[in-house]
Design a protein around this ligand. Structure first.
Ligand code: SF4
Ligand code: SF4
Length: 122
């Protein structure tokens, strides 16, 4: 996820292999760049590390979030309801929460780093 540290330089958006990042003008919930959690694959099978963070010049602008898996469905649905995310709504399936469609994630990362929203670049 992208934090308030983001300086809107634009370096991340072009390197995302799945176009999961939108700029500050298209951020549905804030005024920084934004990662769509329902699209982000954490660059699994695309690159050795998350490309957005690898190209970001700003420490702390891109931090880990929880895996987009069924186990964290409530976390993301609550975040959607409380305005931290705006997850895409499908006409018949409703919001594309992790229970509807889970995404790949970096399994080797310790959960404590995700809970602490640690800097992805570290
Ligand atoms: S981790 Fe990879 S897939 Fe996710 S937003 Fe960054 S560049 Fe895109
Ligand atoms: S590369 Fe980093 S600082 Fe630049 S727009 Fe993306 S998140 Fe913000």
């Amino acid at each position: 996820m992208i934090t308030e540290e983001c300086i809107s330089c634009g370096a991340c958006i072009e390197v995302c292999p799945v176009m999961a990042i939108v700029d500050d003008g298209d951020n549905p919930v804030g005024d920084t760049y934004y990662v769509k959690p329902e699209k982000c694959i954490e660059c699994v099978n695309h690159a050795p590390k998350p490309q957005c963070a690898d190209n970001c010049p700003t420490e702390g602008a891109i931090v880990w979030d929880m895996p987009y898996t069924e186990a964290f469905n409530d976390y993301y649905v609550l975040g959607h309801e409380e305005g931290r995310y705006q997850i895409r709504e499908h006409k018949s399936k409703g919001i594309m929460s992790p229970a509807v469609k889970a995404m790949p994630y970096v399994e080797s990362l310790e959960m404590s780093a995700r809970e602490a929203h640690a800097n992805v670049g570290e």
